[in-house]
Design a protein around this ligand. Structure first.
Ligand SMILES: Cc1cc2nc3c(=O)[nH]c(=O)nc-3n(C[C@H](O)[C@H](O)[C@H](O)COP(=O)(O)OP(=O)(O)OC[C@H]3O[C@@H](n4cnc5c(N)ncnc54)[C@H](O)[C@@H]3O)c2cc1C
Length: 508
């Protein structure tokens, strides 16, 4: 685990799950009889794989490092995207997987993996319908085109009333009968530490270590790695994405163990070059990775900018009112340390709609923001002059002075340097304010290479016998290239789990 805060956060999370029916777990692992399927990680992708494999009569063992199954669904907003669903049809929305595919290629500028992404979007509707048929409780106004990422051309973006937990509730209900019938066993607080391979590299089982430190061998005819990404492993993050992991916002068990296991077994990793940060994180400190305490990431059509964004040189780098999350993210990527400051004055602070929100929604009032400045909270800077503001925030003084003068001039002339049209007020009246905004990520871009039936492959394209992978372990870069496309981690994870259990795994 990366730090004690993550542990604490995890415990408090699990303490707050009273609404979710607990799974009755019967762990009857039999080391001498190979399991038909051994699932490493009982999260978003692993649970549907177990459910659908069990429906085919398979004996399944789920090995889960955390104290409970569910994985990132405990934290995730659970936003899904699927085209051609029954829900869309019921609401008169005409859509198709091809349109979904084309949208992702448009948003990612052709950088998503055509084969993997196609497999995900052309099978997404069936997954979404299955969840709905089994009680998935979607927000009334959904599906929508989306506002937290680049909008889709059609309303195909939907999420549960209780975020990822709405999905987990359905998965738990579908899994429980298989546990009761003895088809599925679950070992929690047990981590897989190694894969066992025969001479020709075929995977024949795994080694586990439980909370007491005991190790054990489990044989299996099929091993499926669904143990998530590496967003809580700062070292691996830097190694694979060539960037720093600044924000501590991910699932603490996302340690990248699946990457290590796959590579040790002969697989390889791809996609880290697609690294793209999210915009507008307010972190608790600069002791990275630091908890995220708020965000300033407004959607310009809903809350046009009154402020400017500057980098450490004091330069603007973006047309702030552009209606594109992607433009914000790509521009941030090019800034030193993926960092910027949002700068404004007293007049703007008093008259503009609230800018800072909680990490994902709500949580902050305008009074909280004012208190943060007055109290000298980390990342919140207030000063009587621009020179003093620059010194406090450690932004280049001359750069900031020149930029504010240039912005005010461009605003007065109606000739903004970046073509910005929303220019309600100059930055002129003391006190002056700056909030340091840092990049953040929820998930990770690099992942294990697989073929079109999700078998882990070597660099020469050959498959490692009996070893499969799905979920974030494949890397966000496969599903959305260097971009963010709404729902394109949760939905593919569930879909690939379903496809593996239903079709791809050789269970007979
Ligand atoms: C806060 C947050 C919000 C998000 N919101 C969205 C969203 O709205 N839409 C979207 O598409 N994506 C979203 N994502 C990303 C998405 O939720 C994840 O990519 C996805 O859920 C990952 O699914 P998974 O099955 O690959 O991994 P997980 O669901 O994380 O499951 C992996 C499981 O493996 C276990 N594990 C790890 N190591 C081991 C080991 N050695 N042995 C045994 N078990 C192990 C873990 O404990 C975990 O239970 C969000 C992510 C976060 C953190």
């Amino acid at each position: 685990m990366r730090n004690t805060l993550s542990r604490r956060r995890l415990l408090s999370l699990f303490g707050a799950t009273a609404g979710l029916s607990a799974l009755k777990v019967d762990a009857r692992a039999a080391p001498d009889t190979p399991w038909d399927l051994l699932v490493v990680g009982g999260g978003n992708a692993g649970l549907p794989a177990a459910i659908f494999a069990a429906e085919r009569g398979a004996r399944v063992l789920i090995v889960e490092a955390a104290g409970q199954i569910g994985g990132t669904l405990w934290l995730s907003s659970g936003q899904m995207s699927a085209a051609g669903t029954k829900l869309q049809a019921a609401k008169g929305i005409e859509d198709s997987p091809q349109s979904h595919y084309d949208d992702i290629m448009r948003i990612s500028k052709g950088t998503a993996d055509p084969q993997i992404m196609r497999l995900a979007v052309f099978n997404a509707a069936e997954t979404f319908d299955w969840l709905m048929d089994n009680g998935f409780d979607v927000r009334d106004e959904h599906p929508i085109t989306g506002t937290t990422h680049e909008p889709y051309s059609h309303a195909r973006y939907a999420w549960g009333k209780d975020g990822g937990r709405s999905i987990l509730r359905v998965l738990n209900e579908q899994l429980q009968p298989h546990i009761d019938a003895g088809r599925v066993s679950v070992l929690t607080s047990t981590e897989v530490t190694a894969l066992v391979q025969s001479e020709d590299g075929t995977v024949t089982g795994v080694v586990t270590r439980d909370a007491t430190g005991s190790t054990r061998l489990h044989s299996a005819r099929n091993t499926l790695l669904t143990c998530g990404g590496y967003a809580s492993n700062a070292e691996m993050f830097e190694q694979l994405e060539g960037a720093r992991d600044y924000a501590d916002v991910s699932y603490p068990f996302s340690q990248g163990v699946g990457i290590t296991l796959s590579v040790a077994a002969g697989g390889y990793v791809r996609g880290g070059e697609h690294h793209l940060p999210l915009f507008g994180g307010t972190l608790a400190s600069d002791a990275y990775p630091a908890p995220m305490i708020g965000s300033a990431r407004p959607w310009p059509p809903e809350r046009p900018p009154w402020e400017i964004y500057v980098n450490v040189r004091g330069e603007r780098f973006l047309r702030e009112d552009i209606a594109s999350h992607d433009a914000h993210e790509q521009a941030l990527l090019a800034q030193p340390d993926e960092r910027c400051w949002v700068v404004f004055d007293e007049e703007i602070f008093s008259r503009a709609p609230q800018l800072v929100r909680g990490s994902f929604s709500g949580g902050w009032t305008q009074e909280d923001v004012r208190f943060a400045f007055d109290d000298g909270m980390n990342m919140f800077f207030k000063a009587d002059s621009i020179e003093e503001l620059a010194a406090a925030a450690q932004i280049d003084r001359d750069g900031l002075l020149a930029t504010i003068a240039d912005y005010n001039r461009g605003r007065a002339d109606g000739q903004d340097r970046f073509g910005r049209e929303h220019l309600p007020l100059p930055i002129a009246k003391a006190p002056f304010y700056a909030i340091q905004l840092q990049s953040w990520l929820l998930s990770t871009y690099a992942g294990v290479a697989v073929d079109d039936t999700l078998r882990v492959i070597r660099k020469d394209g050959s498959a490692i016998g009996n070893l499969y992978a799905a979920g974030e372990l494949l890397g966000a870069g496969q599903f959305m290239g260097r971009s963010y496309c709404g729902g394109m981690l949760v939905t593919p994870a569930l879909t690939f789990g379903r496809l593996l259990g239903q079709e791809f795994l050789e269970l007979a």
